[in-house]
Write a protein that binds this ligand. Sequence first.
Ligand SMILES: Cc1cc2nc3c(=O)[nH]c(=O)nc-3n(C[C@H](O)[C@H](O)[C@H](O)COP(=O)(O)O)c2cc1C
Length: 403
Amino acid sequence: MYCTKKITSDLIWLGGSDRRLALFENVYPIPRGVSYNAYLIQDEKTALLDTVDQAIAERFFENLEHALQGKPLNYVIVNHMEPDHAATLGTVLSRYPEATVIGNAKTLPMIKQFFPMEVEGRFQAVKEGDTLSLGRHELTFVMAPLVHWPEVMMTYDTTEKALFSADAFGTFGAMDGNIFADEVNFEQEWLDDARRYYTNIVGKYGTPVQNVLKKAAGLDIQYLCPLHGPIWRENIGWFLEKYKRWSTYTPEAWTAAIFCGSIYGHTENACEILTSRLAEKGVRHVRIFDVSHTDVSEQVSAAFQCSHLVFASATYNGGIYTPMETLLLELKAHALQNRTVALIENGSWGPAAARLMAKHLEEMKGMEQIAPPITIRSAVKEEQYRKLEDLADLIAADIAAEE
Ligand SMILES: Cc1cc2nc3c(=O)[nH]c(=O)nc-3n(C[C@H](O)[C@H](O)[C@H](O)COP(=O)(O)O)c2cc1C
């Protein structure tokens, strides 16, 4: 049975949620599920904006049929070809052969790659600033390459002042009836997932995101309609500001995240000494992440959030403890930059983790080591204890100066 929701009298949400999927993109845990949003504009002409993941295909087609109210589907606007939004596009094209497909020059080859049917004859390519009239609703197109794939574009409805923003401004999390961000406690219940979504999915593409934010600044946006998660119609500036920070790799919190790779607990002991001393010096919200136990997507998110990062690792077969190495590779892959960092290594016969971790950090932009690495030989002794206290002093002073 259909389950649609009106955003305005002409704009209908046709999405749904998946609460069963364990791993988004088969890699990111989503314990709170995820929503797939698609939209229909009802006017003299009808326009579908994107489709949904195969997981909710049946509900989506019931929703679409209901929302069309017996009218033909005139346009299918493809803002993003990734299968979590376009898996059902092929079926839409077969079921609604009269619909014209709107995309940009990069969209058509992807449609042809994913789907076997003939599309050229019904494809209309649009460029930046092109317009499409549906009757009362005038749409214009905003190219957003690499926010998240090269073919991504956004559609702006100048009548409703609604920006259909593709993956940008999305978040993990199933939607439980309240599809508007102002109907949920977004800051407390959604922001962590929104940050984890942004940093892991789009984090690498800071410059393309900034380019789109500049374009968005020129639009009067009353509705911000992403492809995942709640729709924004209030306090949109607050969320845009988060994107500004994340895309410029600016910390949100002046505090320390300690990433700890420890086999037998001595490196962890050092991390606990460091965090206790930081807390004594007034640094709040300090967190230790056990790299073996916390999903790396959460650690990437925390590294984007926090100003000061400490990497503490046991030496492992002449290298970095493997979960720590994975974290560093992930941070590099997501282009994290401009953080104050410190290194702690441990080894029983030839500690090498600090030198090797430093090599990874050197390959990232603007990673400044606040102090020389601290070396532990098996267990923390007085000498390292004092060095950890000194490191806490330096970090605390740096944070106090920045705040
Ligand atoms: C499989 C394995 C490989 C190790 N390789 C090295 C090594 O190459 N060099 C070294 O100095 N210590 C090596 N160690 C020893 C640990 O790094 C060392 O005992 C350290 O103190 C462990 O810290 P932890 O108590 O935080 O786990 C290795 C330990 C294990 C279990």
